[in-house]
Ligand binder design. Structure first.
Ligand code: DGY
Length: 326
C-alpha cells in the first residue's frame, strides 16, 4: 500500500503541466490511456489502491469499474455531462461524482450560434463555392435571415441561459421548454416558456440542450421532426443519442426539416461512411463545444480542484451526487 492516495488520470490530451503538478503534490498518479478499462490495462494490485480518478466522458463509470477499483471514492469528470456515469452504481458504491459546470457555458453557446449562422446563411457551402471557382459561373443561391425569427430551446439550464442571451443579439424571439420553468430567465425577458409540442412547431431554429439519460435517450424522433417547419433548422450540442439519428436522417432527406447542425453524434468519432457526412443540409463539428484553449484549461482547473478537495475532505465546488457528501 502506498502512503499517499493513488489516483488514476485518463484523459484524451495531456493535462497542463502546472495542473498535473498540483495533483502530484497530493497524490501518486497512475496514467491510463483515455477510454481504457483499468482492469484491462493495470495490475490488480494497482487497481486495488486507486482512490480517485480524473477522467472525461470517454471513460465509463459503471458497476464493473467500481468492482475493479474497490477503494474508489471520487470520480472527477472533466466535463459537465456525466452520461458516462451509472449514477445508481456510483451511489451504491459511495463514489462521489464531480463535474465541471459553468466554465464552458460561453464556449458551447458560441458553437450553437456558429452552427445557426452556418445553416441559415449556408456559410460552409459558400466557402466551397468560392474555393472551387463556381462563383465565376454565377452567384451563390440566396439563403435565409435569422433576424426576427423564433429560436427554440429544448432544455433551459446554465448553457441554455447563455444561449438565450446570445441570440438576443440577433433580435430573435426565444421560446423554451424544460421540465422545470425557469422563472428568472423569464423575468429577465430572455425566453418564454411553451409546451414541448409548441416548441417544435414554432421554432425556426431548435436547439437541443438536454442531458442524456434514460428519459431523454432517442426522445426526439419522427414525431418531433414531423411537427417542425420544413424551413426549420435543428441544432444539437448536447449528446447525439438524445436524437433518433435514423429519423433525423429521414427528415433531412425528405425535407421535413431544412437542415441540422450537429456537434455531437450517437457514434463518436463519426465514421466517414455515416449518411450524415453526405447530406448537403448538415453542418458537422467534432464535439468541440467546449474545445477552446481557455475553456479546456478552466475545465481542467475545476476538475483537478474537485478531485483534490474531495479526497482532502473539503467540499468540492461541483458534485453530481452531493447527497453522498452531505
Ligand atoms: C461536456 O462537458 O459535457 C462536453 O460535452 C464535453 O464532453
Amino acid at each position: 500500500m502506498t502512503a499517499r492516495p493513488r489516483i488514476l488520470v485518463s484523459l484524451p490530451a495531456p493535462l497542463h503541466d502546472d495542473l498535473r503538478a498540483q495533483l502530484a503534490a497530493h497524490f501518486d498518479i497512475v496514467d491510463m490511456p483515455s477510454g481504457s478499462r483499468p482492469a484491462d490495462v493495470l495490475p490488480a494490485g494497482v487497481c486495488a489502491e486507486i482512490q480517485g480518478q480524473l477522467i472525461t466522458p470517454h471513460n465509463r463509470v459503471d458497476e464493473d469499474l467500481m468492482q475493479s477499483l474497490p477503494r474508489l471514492r471520487v470520480s472527477s469528470n472533466c466535463s459537465v455531462g456525466y452520461d458516462n456515469v451509472d449514477l445508481a452504481a456510483a451511489n451504491r458504491h459511495k463514489v462521489l461524482i464531480c463535474n465541471t459546470p459553468n466554465v464552458l457555458n460561453g464556449a458551447v453557446a458560441d458553437v450553437v450560434v456558429g452552427l445557426m449562422l452556418c445553416l441559415a446563411r449556408n456559410l460552409v457551402a459558400g466557402d466551397a463555392f468560392v474555393r472551387s471557382g463556381a462563383w465565376t459561373r454565377g452567384p451563390f443561391p440566396l439563403t435565409r435571415d435569422i433576424r426576427g425569427k423564433t429560436f427554440g430551446l429544448l432544455g433551459m439550464g446554465r448553457i441554455g441561459r447563455v444561449v438565450a442571451r446570445s441570440v438576443q443579439a440577433f433580435d430573435m424571439k426565444v421560446i423554451y421548454h424544460n421540465r422545470r420553468r425557469d422563472e428568472e430567465t423569464e423575468s429577465l425577458g430572455l425566453a418564454s416558456y411553451v409546451d414541448r409540442d409548441t416548441l417544435f412547431r414554432e421554432a425556426d431554429v431548435l436547439c437541443v440542450l438536454v442531458p442524456l439519460n434514460d428519459e431523454t435517450r432517442h426522445s426526439i424522433g419522427a414525431r418531433e421532426f414531423g411537427m417542425m417547419k420544413p424551413t426549420a433548422y435543428l441544432i444539437n450540442t448536447a449528446r447525439g443519442a438524445v436524437l433518433d439519428e435514423a429519423a433525423l436522417i429521414d427528415a433531412l432527406r425528405s425535407g421535413a426539416i431544412a437542415g441540422a447542425g450537429l456537434d455531437v453524434m450517437e457514434t463518436e468519432p463519426l465514421p466517414a461512411e455515416s449518411p450524415l457526412c453526405s447530406l448537403p443540409n448538415v453542418v458537422l463539428q467534432a464535439h468541440v463545444g467546449s474545445a477552446t484553449h481557455e475553456t479546456r484549461r478552466a475545465m481542467g482547473e475545476m476538475a483537478v480542484r474537485n478531485l483534490i478537495d474531495a479526497l482532502d475532505g473539503v467540499r468540492p465546488a461541483a458534485m453530481v451526487n452531493p447527497e453522498l457528501w452531505d
